[in-house]
Design a protein around this ligand. Structure first.
Ligand code: HEC
Ligand code: HEC
Length: 328
């Protein structure tokens, strides 16, 4: 048989790979996009440049991409990164699939991706007042042209937020081994990962009561009694936004996709490894008032704990990537 035919036959034989989800919508549902900020390729490209441009911080040393790095699961690999004003009190949250988050930040104090940018640039991490930034960007011909092509008003505070938010809404990940397994490729997970998956979705662990698939978050807040470390001696979390005492010590349930790339873990980065996180759950969480009733000591063998970690590592799409843009 001619070589080309042999290759074609082989390709068909191996095409259990039709069991790959074709789009984010297949797995996560339609991507939410606000009516007043539709996605266009030019806007996404502009937003990507801004996201990775250190000119967006007060001393031109820090970009969004400093704390949300492609090689680090769109997080940064440190417990608490430093902004232009010093160490932040919290761990950077991945921006993969951030379009699907109904709540943003560990305490939910940002209503939309546009508002998130609007408050972050002049805030603690980036320390760049907007009037100075508008002047800085307007002096760069390529930015002037690109803004003019995307927005009738050109470079404005609102349009910077819109462009970056549009780029963020393009950061979709939905093709992990777990997704391929769910789409029908029975070989996508190892037997250890399957054991971990069954535990994750079981009443024995209750993991999936809060980390609800397919996004692995319930877009809500819970108090696990996570030990507090870092520059903030007390972080009360959600209560600072709602003023409801029942929310004291509650933090947003993070998405677990790409979790093996986004450590350290928890709102303050207190745990370095997934093994430590699982051990924390096995112990029933911290000893605090107000703790979620779902947090109880778990009776898991060492082998089961290892399987749970192996399953968590199956939530990363090895093909999901973001190439750095060329900056003007
Ligand atoms: C110095 C580090 C740092 C920089 C710079 C930074 N971030 Fe973040 N980012 C964080 C931290 C820390 C959090 C969690 C904040 C919290 O919960 O209070 C976060 C949270 C977020 C979230 C919320 C994700 C979610 O699912 O809740 C988004 C979106 C985001 N950042 C986008 C951006 C954008 C856009 C920029 C640039 C304008 C930016 N970040 C700059 C560290 C940083
Ligand atoms: C009661 C709801 C709840 C249950 C049950 C739960 N989680 Fe969590 N999980 C959370 C919240 C909330 C956080 C963030 C806590 C914080 O930052 O203080 C979190 C954080 C994590 C993190 C770190 C995420 C990150 O980006 O830092 C991992 C990993 C994790 N959980 C895995 C699990 C596993 C595995 C189980 C089952 C053994 C489980 N969770 C059970 C709510 C829950």
């Amino acid at each position: 048989m001619p070589l080309a035919t042999a290759v074609a036959v082989l390709a068909v034989a191996w095409s259990t790979d039709s069991a790959r989800p074709a789009s984010a919508a297949d797995v996560l549902g339609p991507t939410p996009v606000p009516a007043d900020n539709p996605q266009t390729p030019e806007k996404i490209a502009l937003g990507k440049m801004l996201f990775f441009d250190t000119r967006l911080s007060g001393d031109n040393t820090i970009a969004c991409g400093t704390c949300h790095q492609p090689g680090k699961g769109m997080s940064d690999g440190v417990a608490r990164n430093r902004g232009v004003n010093g160490e932040l009190p919290r761990n950077s949250i991945t921006v993969w699939n951030t379009a699907y988050m109904r709540v943003l930040h560990f305490d939910g104090n940002r209503a939309s991706l546009e508002e998130q940018v609007d408050k972050s640039i002049p805030g603690f991490a980036m320390g760049q007042p907007f009037p100075a930034l508008l002047e800085e960007l307007s002096a760069i011909p390529e930015y002037k042209d690109r803004f003019a092509r995307v927005f009738p008003e050109g470079i404005t505070q609102v349009n910077i937020g819109k462009a970056i938010a549009a780029f963020e809404r393009s950061l979709l990940t939905f093709n992990s081994p777990f997704d391929r397994y769910r789409a029908g490729d029975k070989h996508a997970l190892s037997s250890e990962q399957k054991e971990g998956m069954d535990l994750f979705f079981s009443a024995r662990t209750a993991c999936s009561s809060c980390h609800v698939a397919p996004l692995f978050t319930d877009n809500a807040w819970h108090n696990l009694g996570v030990p507090q470390v870092g520059p903030k001696t007390v972080d009360n979390g959600r209560v600072d936004v709602t003023k409801n005492p029942a929310d004291t010590g509650a933090f947003k349930t993070p998405m677990l996709r790409h979790i093996d790339q986004t450590g350290p873990y928890m709102h303050d980065g207190v745990f370095d490894t997934l093994e430590q996180v699982v051990a924390f759950y096995v112990s029933g969480g911290g000893n605090v008032p107000n703790k979620s009733p779902l947090m109880k000591p778990l009776n898991l063998t060492a082998r089961e704990q290892k399987a749970l970690v192996a399953f968590l590592r199956s939530l990363t799409d090895p093909d999901a990537r973001v190439d750095l843009p060329r900056l003007p």
